[in-house]
Write a protein that binds this ligand. Sequence first.
Ligand SMILES: *Cc1c(COP(=O)(O)O)cnc(C)c1O
Length: 220
Amino acid sequence: MFVKEKLHSFLENIPKNVSLIAVSKTKPVADIQEAYEAGQRFFGENKVQEMVNKYEALPKDIQWHMIGHVQRNKIKYMAHFVALIHGVDSVKTLQEIDKQGKKHNRVIRCLLQAKIATEETKFGMDFENIRDIFHSEILDNLKNVQVVGLMGMASFSNDMLNVSREFASLKSLYDELKGEDLRLSVLSMGMSGDYKIAIENGSNMVRVGSAIFGERNYIA
Ligand SMILES: *Cc1c(COP(=O)(O)O)cnc(C)c1O
């Protein structure tokens, strides 16, 4: 395993203001432990059960990020420890996170996922929908949820100009909303294949798996 080396060289090559979420989905606890020993504290998973198992097995100062699409009936299993939920794409999901946050007396941090890819398969809300949420009283009434930023996934494509355009569009929405709500601080965009373009376009949180842990054995 060369997790430590890959991690360090990755971190040397991104700006200091960009946080790395090491995406450990499908990878064994031993790999995460190795990254942990190399100093990494933020990990991302896309399945709740897998994240819970790893949370229980690993040191408690790890911050666990839920980066996958969130099923409302699974929020209760992670509400007591999740550090940031990236893929929130409905008010109903926000309401359920609030409800579960209340039970554990926590304010759960979330990102709203915006649809920026032209592909049909990607989750996320339209920009107008996101603006409406910020301009309504919905968030004020959810005391156990704090929306701290936005997340987006670009198209899986070799057309890097298009990928760049997609990231730039989310950055402009982020800047617009940040102008109205200074609590926003996170713009989560970029994966192994496109994090450089995401950072060029203003990302300050990248979710990177295979570039650190190696290729996954199956698509997750
Ligand atoms: C798997 C995944 C990543 C990381 O993908 P890599 O290409 O391995 O870096 C990032 N974000 C989300 C939402 C993912 O599901």
